[in-house]
Design a protein around this ligand. Sequence first.
Ligand code: DSN
Length: 440
Amino acid sequence: MSTNPSTLTSEAANSMDPFWNDDLATADPEIAAAIGNELARQQDKIELIASENIASKAVLEATGSVFTNKYAEGYPGKRYYGGCDYADVVETLAIDRAKELFGCSFANVQPNSGSQMNQAVFLALLQPSDTFMGLDLNSGGHLTHGSPVNMSGKWFNPVSYGVRAEDELIDMDAVAATAREHQPKLIICGGTAYSRTWDFSAFRAIADEVGAILLCDMSHISGLVAGGAHPSPFPHCDIVTSTTHKSLRGPRSGIILWNDEKFTKPLNMAVFPGLQGGPLMHVVAAKAVAFREALAPDFKDYAHRVVENARALAASLEENGLRIVSGGTDNHSMLVDLTAKDVTGKDAEKGLDRAWLTCNKNGIPFDTRSPFVTSGIRLGTPAGTTRGFGPAEFRTIGKLIAEVVDGLAKNGAEGDAQVEESVRSRVADLCTAFPVYPNA
Ligand code: DSN
């Protein structure tokens, strides 16, 4: 039978059109191969980057959904485009679930990323040159909390607080003294490489004393907060921001949460139209899915296992001769100080990668090496816990990390090839026993 497209009805022609029918492997074999290789990398290596996780298939499906096609500038019920009925459904569900999950009155689920959620708070509440306070990058803070190379540090006046030299914990007396001296309009608590419990009520007292707004960027710990494995920043903090892809295990994105209605208009206006145009509705849908998952009872169990596993990993590293900054962890993450081994974070990251253990080099408090070299590595347990590792597996992982680091201490940057090969084979055994996306 002839299938000359020109003789077919438009409906039949569409059914023949590769645009509608080709799967990714056919339409774009190079990208399909890269995605396949990335899946294999995630399966075959142990992910120890503290800010990464393994999202569910449901989250991935929503992220890859037809909401990719939709413009929905505005907010539910008040859009600048037609056809937003179902966009309203998913955004309203995302907002309601975020509020329920974190126990607050208002949520904006449109920020595209962690940087944008924090920029929105700055745009809503500060004027250029205003003074704000955040944790120093060298003590575990984040770029968007006042780094001189970030907009937060270029357009505003950041003053920072840090950790004490003697115990590497945040010194709340120093935080109070800095706040009294500089009278910041905004104080930020939260960071990316601080492994101890945040004392939100102590920050509240300091913010009240100097009349500052208190923002918590809980990006790293929001899954633990959702699961009750870290105290909540509410009711102490005025505004709480979080990425959704770290311990919370959702799509890559951000959210802003608050309780006082006076922040509603400035924050919503700052996100749209202040900073962003059309929200990524496919990602908003995926956030709603992730919040539903985090509201389920087994997420509490997950969050507590993340912390238990981090404690097991830290203990194992210490038993095997590696120093943990501040002597341990209360959350999902830890910094390992490699100074005594005379191994740089850069070499450790590369050596561990050769042994199929993925992590990132990270400055330690008072580090004398550059951020491209560093004296430490940062490790986290959210992704490994998702694939099913428990304390026994994390104790083994601690031993494997120490073996690789000892090889680097002995042989320099190239490490000990035999040790790395042996570690690779034990990593492979663990990864085979605990697959990611088992039915993919
Ligand atoms: N990149 C995130 C982290 O790794 O902590 C912060 O932006």
